[in-house]
Design a protein around this ligand. Structure first.
Ligand code: DGT
Ligand code: CA
Ligand code: CA
Length: 570
C-alpha cells in the first residue's frame, strides 16, 4: 500500500461522512490525516516496520494511527467498509468534481438517484437536473467541465504519485540477477507534471532474470505483453509499465530514445541523418558500424550536440539552442536559499512557526516566509488583524533567538473582487512582503478577472502574485485571465509571480515559466507547506521551473536575504 492509497481511503471516508452529514470535526480529522499521510516522504509501512509511533505525526491521533496500521497490515479499512453499507462508495468520486460538495451530491442522489460520475453525465443530458435547487445554468456548465477533467485525470497520473509507484518497483527490480543499470525514462524522466505510463529501461548482462522478475512483481494485476526484451504490465493501481531490456552497448541510445519526447527524438534524428548517420534505440550507426550508444552524451555528441537535460526535450527550441551553444544553465534545488510560501498553525497549517523554522534550517535555508491566510478565507481561519500583529511579535521573538535563519513576516492576502487587498495598507506595511492571491470569484469573465488582478498589483504593497491561474491539477481549470498581460504589468511594477510548487497546483506551469522568463518577470518558488515535511515539496516546483528553462537568476529565492529584500522592494 502506497501512502497515496492510504490517503485515498481516508479521503473517501471523509467524503462519505460528509455526505452523511457526520460531525464536521470527524470529517476534518480524516481529511487532515489524508493530507499528512499522502504528503509524507516515507512509506507508512516503513515507519511501522521500524517501530515509529504514528500518533506523533501531525493530525494523527491514536485512533487514526491504529487505522493506518490496519490498512498497512490488511489492505482494508473496516470502518470504511461499514460506512459503504450505508452510503454508496461512488458518491465519493462525485465529491471530486469541481462544483460539487456534500450538499449537491446529497440532493443529486436523493432526488435523481445519481450515484456515480456516469449517472451524473446522463443526468446532465436531460433537464430534470435544472429543476433541482442550486443547479442553475452556470453550475450545470461547470459540472460538464468537471466531468471532462475527471475523465482525463483517470488516464494520466500526477508525477508525485508516479514517483511512489516507481520507487517501489525499482526497489523490487534491483534484486534482478545481472542487472547493470535501471532507470525510468519517458515523460517521468522529463519531469512532466503528469505521466501516461512508466517506461522502465534495464541494461543487463545476457541471461539476466530481470524480465521474469518484472512480471512477478507483487503489484502486477495483468501482464499485457511479454517477449524476450520487452514487456508491458498493468499494476493494481491502474498504472501501466513498459519494460525494455537492452545490452550495455545500447544503453545510452535506448535511454535517449525512450526518454523522448517523440518530437525531440525526431529533431535529433534529423541532425544525425544530415551527417549521414542512422540513429535508433540501439545506437548511432555509420553504415553497419555502431559509432555511439553506450551513454547518452555519446549519442548527443555523434549528432553534433552537447548534452541536453531531459526536462528540455520537448522540441521547444532546445536543439536549436544547443547547436548555438545557448542552452540555459537550469536551476537546481541546491540554488534555493529559502521558501516564500508556507502556513503555520495560525491558519490551516498544523506546525508552529518555531517548528517550521527548525525544519527550514534543516534544509539549509537562510530564510522562511510565514504566509498565513488573511480575513476572507474564513474556512482556513483567516488571520484577523490582531492575530497577525501577535504573530509579528512572535516572529520578532523567534528571530532574536534563532541562529542561521531569518523568519520573514508575510501573509497570503486575498485579492477581493474589486481588486483591493483585504487588509488595510497600514497593516500590510508592517510585513516584510506580501503574497497575494485570488481565492473567491473564480468564475469572473476574463476581462474582469484580469482587471481585478491588475488593480491589485497597482497597490505597491503587493509583492508576489501567488498561484496565478488558480488551477488544481485534475480538479479545477485555470480561471480565465490574460496571463501575459498580467506578467508584463508585474514586471513594470516590480512584482514577482509565484510558481506554487505544491503538487496539487504547480502554478505557474512549465509553459508559463518560459513566458515569465521571456517577459523578464521574476519567479518566486514556494512550497505552500501546511506541515514541516511539506517544505520538501518545493522540489516539484524546481522540476517545472527546469521544464520552463528557468535559471537560478530568474528565480527570486535563489538570492541571499539582503538581495531578496532589495528585489522585493517596489
Ligand atoms: P506519456 O507516457 O504519455 O506520459 O509520454 P511518454 O513521452 O512517456 O510517451 P510513451 O510512453 O508513449 O513513449 C516513451 C518514449 O518513447 C517517447 O517519449 C519517445 C519514445 N517513442 C515511443 N514511440 C516513438 C515513436 O514512434 N517514434 C519516436 N521517435 N519515439 C518514440
Ligand atoms: Ca511513458
Ligand atoms: Ca510507454
Amino acid at each position: 500500500m502506497h501512502n497515496r492509497e492510504i490517503a485515498a481511503l481516508f479521503d473517501r471516508m471523509a467524503d462519505l461522512l460528509d455526505i452523511e452529514q457526520a460531525n464536521p470535526f470527524r470529517v476534518r480529522a480524516y481529511r487532515n490525516a489524508a493530507r499528512t499521510v499522502g504528503g509524507h516522504a516515507k512509506p507508512m509501512s516503513e515507519l511501522l516496520a521500524r517501530g515509529d509511533d504514528l500518533s506523533r505525526l501531525p493530525g494523527i491521533g491514536k485512533d487514526l494511527a491504529a487505522k493506518i496500521a490496519e490498512i498497512v497490515e490488511t489492505g482494508r479499512l473496516r470502518a470504511l467498509e461499514e460506512l459503504e453499507q450505508r452510503v454508496p462508495a461512488a458518491l465519493s468520486e462525485l465529491m471530486h468534481i469541481d462544483g460539487l460538495g456534500p450538499k449537491r451530491v446529497r440532493s443529486l442522489y436523493h432526488a435523481l438517484g445519481v450515484r456515480s460520475p456516469a449517472d451524473l453525465s446522463a443526468a446532465l443530458e436531460g433537464d430534470r437536473i435544472r429543476s433541482l435547487p442550486g443547479f442553475g445554468a452556470r453550475t450545470v456548465e461547470k459540472l460538464r467541465h468537471g466531468i471532462e477533467m475527471l475523465a482525463a485525470s483517470e488516464k494520466r497520473t500526477r508525477l508525485v504519485d508516479a514517483e511512489q509507484i516507481a520507487a517501489d518497483l525499482l526497489e523490487w527490480m534491483r534484486g534482478s540477477r545481472g542487472l547493470k543499470s535501471i532507470e525510468v525514462a519517458g515523460s517521468f524522466r522529463r519531469r512532466c507534471e503528469t505521466v501516461g505510463d512508466l517506461d522502465l529501461l534495464v541494461s543487463a548482462a545476457r541471461g539476466s532474470d530481470a524480465m521474469d522478475r518484472f512480471v512477478r512483481y507483487r503489484e502486477v494485476d495483468q501482464v499485457l505483453a511479454q517477449g524476450k526484451t520487452r514487456a508491458t504490465v498493468r499494476l493494481r493501481s491502474g498504472m501501466q509499465i513498459d519494460l525494455r531490456v537492452v545490452p550495455q552497448a545500447s544503453h545510452g541510445a535506448a535511454l535517449h530514445y525512450f526518454t523522448g519526447s517523440r518530437e525531440h527524438n525526431i529533431a535529433v534524428r534529423t541532425l544525425a541523418v544530415r551527417k549521414k548517420l542512422k540513429l535508433n534505440e540501439y545506437g548511432v550507426f555509420r553504415g553497419d558500424t555502431r559509432i555511439a550508444g553506450r551513454t547518452e552524451a555519446d549519442v548527443f555528441a555523434a549528432a553534433g550536440l552537447p548534452f541536453i537535460a531531459p526536462e528540455l526535450r520537448e522540441n521547444r527550441g532546445e536543439v536549436e539552442a544547443a547547436l548555438a551553444g545557448r542552452l540555459p544553465r537550469l536551476i537546481e534545488l541546491d540554488d534555493i536559499r529559502g521558501d516564500l510560501h508556507c502556513h503555520s498553525s495560525a491558519s490551516d497549517g498544523h506546525p508552529s512557526i518555531a517548528q517550521l523554522a527548525q525544519a527550514a534550517l534543516a534544509l539549509g535555508y537562510e530564510y522562511l516566509a510565514i504566509t498565513d491566510h488573511t480575513r476572507r478565507a474564513s474556512v482556513a481561519h483567516g488571520l484577523v488583524r490582531k492575530r497577525l500583529e501577535q504573530q509579528m511579535r512572535e516572529i520578532d521573538r523567534l528571530n532574536a533567538k534563532l541562529d542561521g535563519i531569518v523568519i520573514l513576516k508575510s501573509a497570503e492576502v486575498d485579492i477581493l473582487e474589486d481588486g483591493s487587498l483585504d487588509l488595510p495598507d497600514a497593516v500590510l506595511r508592517e510585513l516584510d512582503f506580501t503574497v497575494c492571491a485570488v481565492h473567491y470569484g473564480l468564475g469572473l469573465p476574463r476581462e474582469r478577472q484580469t482587471e481585478r488582478i491588475l488593480r491589485a498589483m497597482d497597490n505597491p504593497l503587493l509583492n508576489v502574485l501567488a498561484h496565478p491561474t488558480g488551477r488544481l491539477i485534475d480538479v479545477r481549470r485555470p480561471y480565465a485571465i490574460d496571463l501575459e498581460r498580467i506578467m508584463r504589468a508585474a514586471r513594470e511594477r516590480g512584482c514577482a509571480i509565484e510558481l506554487n510548487a505544491h503538487p496539487d497546483r504547480l502554478d505557474l506551469n512549465d509553459v508559463h515559466c518560459r513566458l515569465a522568463k521571456a517577459i523578464g518577470v521574476r519567479v518566486a518558488i514556494g512550497s505552500d507547506a501546511h506541515a514541516c515535511d511539506d517544505l520538501a515539496l518545493l522540489r516539484h516546483g524546481i522540476d517545472q521551473a527546469r521544464r520552463g528553462w528557468l535559471e537560478a537568476k530568474d528565480v527570486l529565492n535563489t538570492r541571499g536575504l539582503a538581495t531578496l529584500r532589495k528585489l522585493l522592494r517596489r
